[in-house]
Ligand binder design. Structure first.
Ligand code: 9WN
Length: 447
């Protein structure tokens, strides 16, 4: 018995609570990422949310992805936030200033950057769940998968056309928010080179007032840099070529590159099933192969861990975080590297750390200097990232490993608060509670 967290729900009760969170966070048009902290639709959140929704209502799951893709930019980018009318989050649409952007969508306000490309994975999952849930849902989800395919392809093509500068083959991000792991130590070195100018318009943060303890959120120093990058993009009129050429932050993101490779695989499967053009399937196969090669090429010769690359200085970023395990997700690294990574993942530096409440990977190793068990992407465990590991391990045929990760994920979240992230030793929920994507992945694990 473990008395660190006395409340533990049984699986049926936990599933019922998760379903309630998704219903409660439904504004009627979108399911917000979290009730108070994030009152809008976020791109990768929406993907995970649709997976959870498919367990409750396939029609609603499809609607969620349709809403996101209705906000897709004309050049193919899927924006990281689709704004609702709520103004409780900063930076909102006025600060982003994308309204006049050449490639922006009509009739909806969005941010001007993207997030990890996990949407094809969500479509596949919704389809699989719908097929098991009954003939009407099956037909509905098949029509949807056929219909959304071209938009997914355009999104992937945008990442290749605009976001693979240089020769590393890694997909580049122009803002830490694009990684979804905002203040991970992965980005500390590149952010040191971002110098907010005197022209940074003043601003007031809202996030720190919503969470229990402001220390669970990024610092003001970090926010100055986040806002400065937005300022640079506004000035470039959200012209992608200009941004990639000039922005003070340009980093090849190895985790996104691994997710992209897996999503391309899924899109190929779907494309074959729904009779998409061979040329496009060939493109996807080519992109997936290049992405895998880039992930493999990033691996450190001693530790085996995959690395991001600062594309402004052309240097590898050696900071070890959960993203270092990217080759375990997408495959493609030599067997010897894979074995090294698997034993590292199981070791006391990661999932085997004796102090963990649940044996799932934290965002940063508890043994690493600078590890902070309560600070956002600098130590806590994130249920969605755990879900990605469980899904990817299943895909790779590692069923026993996938099962262990899933059980660990359920253990992490069985207090029923659906925390945004968790303190790894005490299991205390941090950031927001009733976070939609946490509820969604728990539903997927339990059903
Ligand atoms: C900025 C919504 C999002 C997640 C990100 C997470 C956090 C936003 C923020 O919340 O980022 O995009 O304001 O901190 O880091 O992964 O998509 O849940």
């Amino acid at each position: 018995a473990d008395d660190r967290r006395p409340v533990r729900f049984t699986h049926p009760t936990l599933a019922a609570r998760a379903a309630r969170v998704l219903r409660d966070n439904d504004t009627g048009t979108v399911i917000t990422a979290a009730p108070r902290l994030y009152p809008h639709m976020w791109s990768w959140d929406a993907a995970f949310i649709s997976i959870g929704l498919a367990r409750l209502d396939v029609r609603r799951a499809i609607a969620e992805l349709d809403t996101l893709f209705a906000a897709q930019w004309r050049n193919g980018m899927v924006p990281h936030i689709v704004f609702t009318e709520n103004d409780a989050y900063f930076p909102g649409p006025d600060r982003w200033g994308t309204d006049g952007a050449l490639d922006g969508p009509a009739n909806v306000r969005t941010s001007g950057i993207c997030q990890p490309p996990v949407h094809a994975i969500a479509v596949r999952r919704v389809l699989d769940i719908a097929r098991r849930s009954g003939p009407d849902d099956r037909v509905r989800a098949e029509r949807f998968a056929r219909r959304i395919w071209a938009s997914l392809y355009a999104w992937h093509r945008w990442l290749v056309e605009y976001r693979t500068p240089g020769s590393s083959g890694l997909i580049a991000i122009v803002h830490g928010w694009e990684s979804g792991m905002d203040n991970s130590p992965r980005w500390d070195v590149p952010y040191d080179a971002v110098h907010p100018g005197a022209a940074l318009p003043p601003y007031v943060r809202k996030d720190v007032h919503v969470v229990g303890d402001p220390d669970e959120r990024p610092t003001d120093r970090e926010y100055d840099r986040y806002l400065w990058l937005i300022e640079e993009m506004r000035r470039a009129g959200y012209d992608q070529r200009k941004i990639v050429e000039n922005s003070s932050f340009l980093v090849g993101d190895v985790f996104i590159t691994a997710l992209f490779a897996m999503s391309c695989d899924v899109l190929i499967e779907l494309g074959k099933e729904f009779g998409q053009e061979t040329d496009r399937l060939d493109d996807l196969a080519d992109w997936a192969a290049k992405a895998r090669a880039a992930v493999a090429a990033s691996c450190h010769s001693v530790s085996g861990m995959a690395r991001d690359r600062d594309l402004r200085t052309n240097r590898w970023l050696d900071t070890q975080t959960i993203a270092g395990f990217s080759p375990l997700l997408c495959g493609g690294a030599p067997e010897s590297v894979q074995l090294r990574l698997l034993s590292l993942l199981d070791s006391d530096r990661w999932c085997g750390h004796p102090g963990l409440l649940a044996p799932v990977p934290p965002s940063v190793s508890p043994m690493r200097p600078g590890f902070d068990p309560r600070q956002y992407w600098r130590g806590p465990q994130w249920p969605v990232v755990v879900w990605l590991f469980s899904w990817a391990f299943e895909q790779r045929g590692w069923h026993e490993r996938a099962r262990r990760v899933r059980e660990g994920g359920i253990r992490l979240t069985d207090d029923g608060s659906f925390g945004e992230y968790y303190q790894p030793f005490t299991g205390e929920p941090l950031g927001s509670t009733d976070q939609s994507w946490t509820a969604a992945v728990v539903l997927d694990w339990l059903c």
